[in-house]
Ligand binder design. Structure first.
Ligand SMILES: C[S@@+](CC[C@H](N)C(=O)[O-])C[C@H]1O[C@@H](n2cnc3c(N)ncnc32)[C@H](O)[C@@H]1O
Length: 289
């Protein structure tokens, strides 16, 4: 039985561990192969062909520290590399498994799974991303099927998947949608199957609301009735890397106005905006049926 502390918030140092390094090397190779084949995966914002905005730059945080070997720093910051590497390194993926990636159409992670020869099903609300995924699958000759579908209403039979994943999508759903989705995941997973998700943790935006280990239990573990894998505990290491762009402005005055606007319009939890604790991180959780 694996009793490691895998349910936790992000740590840049995780990427130096041998199991994550291995995934990074595979990812960098895949990114280069896809670039050479003109097969375009989406950016960490879930967009294809869009030039990153100033908001995206602010969102990376003031102390953003790129990884020098990363061949596509513009679309894939190290946070996304951590999400993929941590999930892959800590999931016992069965060879040839049938997997579902929720909110992942067109993404680097979906492409990575397909490049490993898995039977990948990926869903997203955006038709355009699903269409792009089909083009990528044809170009790269992968077993990769994309469907436009809401992840809180999974249209798949019971016990259909060996593994279910989701990279940074749950924070875009209302809490009720997260709960519905997790009930569905338990249904579509085979006995012995696994689920692994990454998400924004302690994001001050009002839609975030994954702010404590108790929130993780209530929104993911309890509604799914799946077992929390590893040592069965979610840990917050206290490290924060990202910054919410809603409170960004040039100079003290515009920054103050942006913060006030974010608090008054309810985009950022008022207490967090006022106390200027607008930084956050990402977390990962691993479940077993
Ligand atoms: C931040 S992007 C993350 C994309 C991707 N998972 C990755 O690894 O880069 C969030 C994605 O979730 C999708 N999404 C949001 N709500 C969804 C829902 N209810 N069902 C399915 N997809 C959803 C969005 O369309 C968007 O493509």
């Amino acid at each position: 039985m694996d009793l490691r502390a895998i349910n936790k918030t992000m740590d840049r140092d995780d990427l130096s561990a041998a199991n994550c390094r291995l995934v990074l090397i595979e990812l960098f190779g895949l990114m280069r192969r896809m670039q050479a084949a003109n097969a375009k995966y989406s950016s960490w914002y879930g967009r294809v062909d869009a030039w990153p905005s100033v908001w995206e730059h602010v969102n990376r945080g003031e102390k953003y520290d790129p990884i020098s070997e990363n061949p596509d720093e513009l679309r894939v910051p190290w946070f996304l590399l951590w999400e993929i590497a941590w999930m892959v390194a800590n999931t016992p993926i069965r060879p040839g498994a049938r997997v579902l990636d929720m909110g992942g159409a067109g993404s680097l992670f979906t492409c990575y799974l397909a490049s490993r020869g898995l039977d990948v099903h990926t869903i997203d609300l955006q038709d355009e991303l699903c269409r792009r995924t089909t083009e990528i699958a044809d170009r790269m000759n992968w077993r990769l099927t994309a469907r436009t579908m809401d992840m809180s209403r999974l249209e798949y039979p019971d016990a259909h998947f060996d593994h279910v994943f989701s990279v940074c999508v749950f924070e875009h759903l209302p809490v009720s949608g997260r709960i519905k989705c997790n009930e569905q995941v338990a249904r579509v997973l085979q006995p012995g199957g696994t689920a692994a998700y990454t998400f924004d943790y302690a994001n001050p935006q009002s839609f975030g609301r994954i702010d404590s280990p108790a929130d993780v239990m209530q929104q993911f573990v309890e509604p799914s009735r799946l077992r929390l894998a590893g040592d069965g505990v979610f840990r917050d290491n206290g490290k924060r890397y990202l910054e919410t762009p809603q409170c960004f402005g040039f100079g003290r005055f515009t920054r103050g106005m942006a913060t006030l606007h974010a608090a008054l319009t309810g985009q950022v939890a008022p207490g967090r905006a006022v106390h200027r604790s607008t930084s956050y991180t990402m977390g990962a959780v691993f479940l077993e049926k």
